[in-house]
Design a protein around this ligand. Sequence first.
Ligand SMILES: NC(=O)c1ccc[n+]([C@@H]2O[C@H](COP(=O)([O-])OP(=O)(O)OC[C@H]3O[C@@H](n4cnc5c(N)ncnc54)[C@H](O)[C@@H]3O)[C@@H](O)[C@H]2O)c1
Length: 370
Amino acid sequence: MATHKLLLLPGDGIGPEVMAEVKRLIDWLDAQGIAHFTTEPGLVGGSAYDASQQSITDATMAMAMAADAVIFGAVGGPKWDSVPYDARPEAGLLRLRKDMALFANLRPAVCYPALADASSLKREVVEGLDIMIVRELTGGVYFGEPKTITDLGNGQKRAIDTQVYDTYEIERIARVAFDLARKRRNKLTSMEKRNVMKSGVLWNEVVTQVHAREYKDVQLEHQLADSGGMNLVKWPKQFDVIVTDNLFGDMLSDIAAMLTGSLGMLPSASLGEIDVKTKKRRSLFEPVHGSAPDIAGTGAANPIAMIASFGMALRYSFDMGELADKLDAAIAAVLAKGLRTADIKSEGTIAVNTTEMGEAILKELQALHA
Ligand SMILES: NC(=O)c1ccc[n+]([C@@H]2O[C@H](COP(=O)([O-])OP(=O)(O)OC[C@H]3O[C@@H](n4cnc5c(N)ncnc54)[C@H](O)[C@@H]3O)[C@@H](O)[C@H]2O)c1
């Protein structure tokens, strides 16, 4: 059985607390011989700044480049509000994404039946929801040049951001999304604004061509990103996989996130290109939430987003879909039994802390594996 090399970067605030629950799982999988991992710890964000005056060192970056997957907690907090801009905690995460060329961001939005009432939408709209948003992460308007604010000299200023996409960028993100759709319910919805944006025209054209050339078996539909947003709230279960650019993906994935209730429930994956020689791809898995300084150290953090992020690593980096399914089932079972951390608590449920939630999920996984 292959041994997979993981770099664990817990970060700041609740990051180390939720990462400890992933470590518990890894140690059990390893001890049982179900999967073999070697883990290396590293510093990122504020904790790295305290140790080295940098948000991530070159040495840690080299470990990330050599790892089979990076498991990331969260960074930031008021303690580091006044550190130099280049050394701010978030810079460590941005460097990881950039140097590892992680162009595909996968954000699943799954609504566990036990939590359907935590959503702001009606139970029948969200219960059983399982969609995946694939956001292009390294291109588009957040990075396009020119990106300037110019003083026009007449009391006015002009701000320019540039939305730019090349064919290859759209092709590679489309392939990630089509491949995912094939493994799910075989439907892909591409979202852009071809009615008003040239980049939308090209996006639509390229996704259509990739479909015709390589993925005819997948059902493809196109929606304008604005009405797509409306449909996400109106009837989200019409979607399976959604692919969209960096800006629209940023907004649409946050909308989708809220369908499911709490930030503490949302995992994510960021993937790079497949290496032609090794057939492996760089990857980083992290919860969507931040370091939650308001609850750090209190045991109130929900570890599910972090644990489900590790589940995505099993599925997308190590081809252990069956084990990932079991882990998802273990999370669902714990929720169905009524165990809740403070962020998802409702009347008649059983309050647990971070460790108790992590232990309960492991216990369910052990039972499913027996
Ligand atoms: N990827 C990242 O590392 C990342 C992402 C977002 C924010 N941040 C940083 O985190 C810090 C705090 O930012 P914020 O407060 O805007 O966002 P946040 O996600 O840390 O917290 C928002 C709210 O959600 C709660 N929350 C978040 N995760 C939770 C969990 N697992 N369990 C229970 N409750 C949870 C928090 O207690 C808080 O009330 C800032 O320094 C910010 O820059 C980092």
